[in-house]
Design a protein around this ligand. Structure first.
Ligand SMILES: Nc1nc2c(c(=O)[nH]1)N[C@H]1C(S)=C(S)[C@@H](COP(=O)(O)O)O[C@H]1N2
Ligand SMILES: [Mo]
Length: 347
């Protein structure tokens, strides 16, 4: 993995580990604002309070007794690809790999909110994990609107890819908000507070906000011109071949990688082997339902030696497609340019 920080851990997956439908747990990227807390499945509690008639204190065993659902879904950091924006901005300089697809399993938030008898006045729930603020870095708290919490695929995950949720990924319990950016997926959830207003902390404002209208590259945005980031962009990239690969003429080359579209579904992936002059539609894996990625594939037989620029571009069911130049924004979120790799074919 690419180690951006080793304490707290910020680890990025290499693109070649992102060529399969499920990303293995030990190859899955890690993002932490704060040091990892100490907890265990035996002692951990999730408190539910605020605008609820029936306050709850749930152990992991209590959460396992509720109906369990499996949700395959992509988790992507909003800042994935930040390093490609020009001008550059501060923040983790992610390349392609702050993303992965896993099968998450646990109880539905809707069932927990019903058990807590959430008031009709509750508009948001604030999720706090066991990690605490350190120095200038505040406590990580995120507000999620009720409409998304009531969605049948929004769960508190206890398992990831068939094993108890690893500590690095928020074990024993994390929030899974399919189709939304990684910052919504609060790890080590210890408190759920129902409220009539959005939480005002740093991670709701100014962090994780995106301009309502595009701003000129390098400029600041006024706070009133920013909205909370919710759904993610349409995106595909090359897991293989790696950039600057050398191949022998006569050997077929498999072009492949994942494609996803946040709350929408991928409709198509097109590939080009001539820098975007001409395009061909790639095949898409049957696997990949709502919120999870699909693996696209195309076989390429280069006709003659030389240097080739390969491109891939996904289009989703909402008609969105990957741009050549994603909108620059002050925090460097939602990078989704048409992906490119260079390949040298030797004769
Ligand atoms: N409690 C807590 N939850 C958190 C974070 C955090 O710092 N603390 N980081 C968030 C961010 S920004 C991302 S991208 C995802 C990353 O999840 P992962 O480490 O399992 O890949 O977790 C989110 N949940
Ligand atoms: Mo993130």
């Amino acid at each position: 993995m690419i180690v951006h920080n080793d304490f707290p851990e910020d680890l990025e997956s290499l693109p070649e580990y992102l060529s399969t439908w499920i990303t293995p747990n030990d190859a899955f990227f890690v993002r932490q604002h704060l040091p990892r807390p100490r907890t265990s499945a035996e002692t951990h509690k999730v408190e539910v309070g605020g605008l609820a008639a029936n306050k709850l204190s749930l152990s992991i065993a209590d959460l396992r007794k509720l109906p369990q659902v499996s949700v395959p879904a992509v988790l992507e950091c909003a800042g994935n690809g930040r390093s490609y924006f020009r001008p550059k901005m501060p923040g983790l300089q992610w390349t392609k790999g702050a993303i992965g697809n896993a099968e998450w399993r646990g109880p539905r938030l809707a069932d927990i909110l019903a058990k807590a008898r959430a008031s009709t006045k509750a508009q948001f729930a604030d999720f706090d994990g066991l990690d605490v603020g350190v120095g200038k870095t505040p406590d990580f708290i995120r507000s999620i609107p009720m409409r998304k919490l009531q969605h049948p695929s929004t769960i508190l995950a206890l398992d990831m890819n068939g094993v108890p949720l690893p500590d690095l990924h928020g074990g024993p319990v994390r929030l899974v908000v399919p189709g939304w950016d990684g910052a919504s997926w609060v790890k080590w959830v210890s408190r759920i507070e129902l409220a009539d207003k959005m939480h005002t902390g740093f991670y709701m404002n100014p962090a994780y906000r995106y301009p309502k209208n595009p701003v000129a590259p390098g400029s600041a945005a006024k706070p009133e011109d920013l909205d909370v980031l919710e759904g993610m962009a349409v995106k595909s990239f090359f897991a293989r071949p790696a950039d600057q690969t050398k191949v022998q003429l006569g050997t077929p080359v498999t072009l492949t990688g994942p494609a996803w579209a946040g709350e929408h579904n991928v409709a198509r992936v097109d590939v080009s082997t001539d820098g975007g002059a001409t395009w061909k539609t790639a095949s898409l894996s049957a696997q990949g339902r709502e919120f999870s990625w699909r693996i696209w594939k195309s076989e390429w037989r280069p006709a003659k030696p030389g240097y080739y620029t390969l491109c891939c571009r996904a289009t989703d069911t909402a008609g969105r497609t990957q741009p050549i130049e994603p909108a620059w924004n002050p925090s460097g979120y939602l990078w989704n340019a048409v992906d490119r790799v260079g390949v040298l074919v030797e004769g």
